[in-house]
Design a protein around this ligand. Structure first.
Ligand code: 5RP
Length: 219
């Protein structure tokens, strides 16, 4: 199976977490897109979805799935999203698609966070994938210097603006041995909107598409 088929297999397995009448939180990226397409097939069973990006909202609407505002629906029962890296402790790096802030908000507002990925995303330690950080544009250089002081090598994501009108720094060279601590520390730097470490609110379930079938890892 190719990587895309493994992503789709993980997305298919996540469908079993969808219950009748749910409003489902939906993530962003190619794996989340598979989930959206599959959700389209059972749309009559759900009341709607909350999207973590404009791109996902548009895809949901194309399937005829009502897209609701998080502010109007309150707490969600379920959030399904992909990841750039994941550990067996269910800590994640997210933001490769630049949607990390809304993803973290929707994950935080959800009772159950099911992360779906192909097996290549499973790592022993986070940090090989450059850490995406969403930054207020006028603070970009200051934030970059602060990240350098902490041993990081920030790279400005050229030509990319987030759904929130901000920019992304992709930070290489960070040793993320304690994800909860590093997430909290980096969040303290003025100008940072969101760090792509999802550790304070990790996933509850990680479904990996593997050559041998799907593997489900729980907390
Ligand atoms: C978007 C994300 C995605 O979940 C992450 O980049 C994984 O993407 P893909 O499913 O395409 O591999 O965090 O901001």
């Amino acid at each position: 199976m190719n990587v895309d088929e493994l992503k789709k297999a993980a997305a298919e397995a996540a469908l079993s977490y969808v219950e009748n009448g749910m409003i489902v939180g939906v993530g962003t990226g190619s794996t989340a897109n598979h989930f959206i397409d599959l959700l389209g097939g059972i749309k009559s069973r759900i009341d709607g979805a909350v999207a973590s990006s404009e791109a996902s909202a548009n895809r949901l609407r194309k399937h005829g799935i009502p897209v609701l505002e998080l502010n109007d629906v309150g707490q969600l029962p379920l959030y399904v999203d992909g990841a750039d890296e994941a550990t067996r402790q269910l800590h994640l790096i997210k933001g490769g698609g630049g949607a990390l802030t809304r993803e973290k908000i929707v994950a935080g507002a959800s009772d159950h966070f099911v992360c779906i990925a192909d097996e290549s995303k499973l790592v022993n330690y986070l940090g090989h994938f450059p850490l995406p950080i969403e930054v207020i544009p006028m603070g970009r250089s200051f934030v970059a210097r602060e990240l350098v002081k902490r041993g990081g090598k920030p790279v400005f994501r050229e030509g990319f603006t987030t759904d929130n009108g901000c920019v992304i720094l992709d930070v290489q060279n960070l040793e993320i041995l304690d994800p909860v601590k590093m997430e909290a520390e980096l969040n303290m730097i003025p100008g940072i909107v969101t760090v792509g470490i999802f550790a304070a609110r990790p996933a509850d379930v990680l479904i990996l598409g593997t050559e041998k079938g799907t593997e489900t890892i729980t907390a």
